[in-house]
Design a protein around this ligand. Sequence first.
Ligand code: NAD
Length: 246
Amino acid sequence: SVSHPSSLALVTGGASGIGLVTAEVLSKAGFNVAIGDIKGYEEKAKELSQKGLTVKGFKLDVTDWDSCRAFVSEAKSVFNSDHVDVLVNNAGVLKDNLFVKMTREEWDFVIKVNLYGAFNMTKQVVEDMMRVGHGRIINLSSLSWTGNVGQANYSASKAGLVGFTKALSKELGRYNITVNAVAPGLIDTAMTKGIPDKVMEKFMERIPLKRKGSPQEVAEVIAFLASDRASYVTGEVLGITGGLTF
Ligand code: NAD
């Protein structure tokens, strides 16, 4: 067990892409960081620890209530804390298809991870945050929340997170808990590796900054929202899109 008095931040889906870099940036900012993921969590946490950062990895399936409960209680116990200071609901999946071809499985899969996942995790931390009178919840929405072709499931989940963010910000503000979302555009991670060159060219024409964003550029905004510098920001959806709009 680690016993310095740093604040505790949890990052779901923290073994890859945006979540992994967020874990790194938050730990460099002084947080104890617990990453939870269905895979890769041990190895990635080890890599960050070897860089001298205070990061631990835990097995987590955000679609499973008991798994979320175990993750939060183990993370608090390992870092000797009775509450979580920052929750980053980052775990997310895609299963694109045109709506006429979309199966119920494809719909359920995306809604369960992206939307139920945020519900399951947030329920585990919110009462402690209310008790201590402090908390930061940051949800990974997406520019796709505004509606994107082939992403009825994903857009619905990401728009759901916008409503979730805004409702919670109103319920929890009196406890000094801020709830915000970030809405990245096209970010260079595993999730966007499969986009065909032709489609990518079309995107580039429409992105004012003429490039993909890096996971680092998203992590920096998340870390800002987690910091004291953002103490009067709540209920916001911050675009990180290089200027792209759908
Ligand atoms: P990624 O695929 O690199 O990382 C997602 C991580 O979530 C993976 O490590 C995966 O194992 C984990 N995960 C999946 N299902 C899980 C589950 N049930 N429980 C726990 N962990 C699970 O993707 P990324 O690009 O880093 O995406 C991170 C977040 O950012 C997602 O919510 C995504 O929707 C959002 N986002 C990404 C982009 C982009 O362009 N990459 C754009 C907008 C929003």
